[in-house]
Design a protein around this ligand. Structure first.
Ligand code: SF4
Length: 314
């Protein structure tokens, strides 16, 4: 099979060559197929990360204690984001996830989603607290979004004590979310939310979610990391879960959990990168090391970041 055949693609299907073989991805269904019988020469490996998250804005109208979004002002320009998306798409990235802060507060949020869905072959997702997703926004986003992640830390009073928003109102918002695209629920796991995971999973499934992303709490000035007991309890819960939701966990917390990663050979910056709301490219949203992006220079910045990370490791 020659190079031009490896990269031929059309419509919502996208092909990506890498060390594990040929990765076939369908953005509407989220279907991933790895054809590992096909050897892809190194020169044809995708140069961009498989998945990129972009914090469109640091702004948020909630103030959750566990929030790790920076509290200084930062908001990306439409033109910069669209140039980066075009470059990433051409270099083999499969999906972009918009976040923040609260991405729906960015003044060009809907236009950016529409650009990404219709001018690129990227799968488009966003992470939201959900309280601004109404029928009007849903009408604008339908057809331009492939997946939505909604934060739900516990149910009822637990949720309300963390988010200071009505839980009943969130459930109403989930109805609009479900008219846009497939969606999942993110839950920050700590000693308060762990006992409510059964209920979070039940409510999420009833609302139409297909996935539950478990996020053990990270340490910040205002909160402690999820304790060893909490992580132990979470492992037990995962082992015992028999419901319909697909369970996922963030990579940094995955140790000790039964996970499946068919693309282990494609780690680091080939797997994932983050662009923060000031345009700094990083290996993750928590990382200190980063490279400031200009307009349309993502691949150069990736090479620089790879070099800087290698130097730091020496
Ligand atoms: S909703 Fe998200 S971005 Fe906003 S304060 Fe809470 S955790 Fe932070």
């Amino acid at each position: 099979m020659n190079g031009s055949t490896v990269y031929r693609q059309s419509g919502d299907w996208k092909l990506r060559g890498g060390p594990a073989g040929l990765h076939v991805f369908h953005r509407n269904t989220g279907l991933n197929v790895l054809i590992d019988e096909i050897f892809v020469p190194t020169a044809l490996h995708a140069r961009a990360p498989r998945q990129v998250s972009i914090a469109l804005s640091n702004r948020c109208d909630l103030s959750c204690a566990h929030c790790y979004a920076p509290k200084f002002r930062g908001e990306l320009r439409f033109d910069s984001v669209t140039q980066w998306l075009a470059e990433l798409d051409a270099a083999g990235t499969l999906g972009v996830g918009f976040g923040g802060g609260e991405p729906t507060l960015h003044p060009d949020f809907m236009e950016l989603c529409q650009y990404a869905a219709h001018e690129t072959q990227l799968s488009v997702s966003f992470t939201t607290h959900g309280h601004h997703v109404d029928a009007e926004m849903a009408d604008h986003l339908r057809g331009s979004i492939h997946f939505i992640r909604v934060s739900m830390d516990g149910v009822g009073l637990t949720y309300e004590s963390i988010r200071r928003r009505s839980f009943a109102q969130l459930l109403v918002r989930l109805k609009d979310v479900g008219t846009i695209s497939r969606f999942g629920v993110n839950v920050v796991v700590n000693e308060h939310t762990l006992p409510e995971l059964d209920e979070v999973a039940r409510v999420s499934a009833d609302a139409g979610a297909c996935e539950l992303l478990l996020l053990p709490q990270m340490p910040l000035r205002s909160v402690l990391a999820a304790s060893a007991d909490t992580l132990q309890g979470l492992r037990r819960w995962v082992e015992g879960y028999k419901g319909p939701l697909k369970l996922c966990i963030n990579e940094s917390s995955a140790e000790g959990f039964p996970t499946c990663d068919p693309l282990v050979q494609e780690g680091g910056l080939r797997a994932y990168a983050h662009i923060d709301a000031t345009g700094v490219l990083k290996p993750s949203s928590y990382a200190d090391t980063g490279v400031q992006l200009g307009d349309g220079d993502v691949l150069l910045a990736l090479a620089q970041l790879e070099h800087d990370l290698e130097e730091n490791d020496k």
